[in-house]
Write a protein that binds this ligand. Sequence first.
Ligand SMILES: Nc1ncnc2c1ncn2[C@@H]1O[C@H](COP(=O)(O)OP(=O)(O)OP(=O)(O)O)[C@@H](O)[C@H]1O
Length: 255
Amino acid sequence: MTSTSVAKPPRGTGQSIAARVEQATKTYGSGDAAVVALDAVTVDFAAGAFTAIMGPSGSGKSTLLHCMAGLDTLSSGQAFIGGTDIASLSDKELTLLRRDRLGFIFQAFNLLPVLTARENITLPLDLAGRKVDGEWFEKVIASLGLGERLGHRPAQLSGGQQQRVAVARALATKPEVVFGDEPTGALDSRTGAELLGFLRSAVDDLGQTVVMVTHDPVAASYADRVVFLADGRVVDELQAPTRDGVLEMMKRLGG
Ligand SMILES: Nc1ncnc2c1ncn2[C@@H]1O[C@H](COP(=O)(O)OP(=O)(O)OP(=O)(O)O)[C@@H](O)[C@H]1O
């Protein structure tokens, strides 16, 4: 075998696959009213990388995320988390997969008002009857700058701090994949930038895997890779995206 010199691969290449869909199709409704939200999509998401999913409104971004995260089911095709085909799981197993192996950050943070920040963060572990990994917890808290706030309830925290608690909760179980659906959608630009910085350092410093749907080219530029959808298909992708590169692509796609 001869060795050839190759350019340094982009982050995530050559690493294991954290999530993957194969020929994923999702149809809503039937007959004349049927909408094909995903049309035979095959795409994978590398472990230890930050990937953004973009595309015009209605292109299937949320559907892809939800089907991959076991929050919705495909009409045909397969969705894998690591080596697990999620269609092979019972409802109970799917609930456990979501709780134990995935993290979620959505627009609404869904913190429980009666619990302190610390209790909100460890809730997924407590529900699973799992011990908190002290070292990991400290790392997450330190990287999010939440040390001083752990005893506060959500109402005693600013919007940005609540968002950070939601990120810490998503990371608490050291999930295989953190899924975000427009996680910065409800934030002002400074708080949004902060959140994206935290997701970036969750990948760089903590080795986490993030897959995020966003409309925002600036948000996408924090990712290692952007996957573009249009009409339920993957139509392009960018490695090491810049805001301008993403804008250019969005223009071409009519989004
Ligand atoms: N529950 C549903 N019932 C019927 N049609 C749906 C449903 N959810 C989504 N759709 C349709 O599927 C298509 C893809 O929707 P999806 O929400 O995945 O797009 P999106 O790219 O996330 O859009 P946006 O950027 O506007 O959030 C759209 O045409 C949408 O109207």
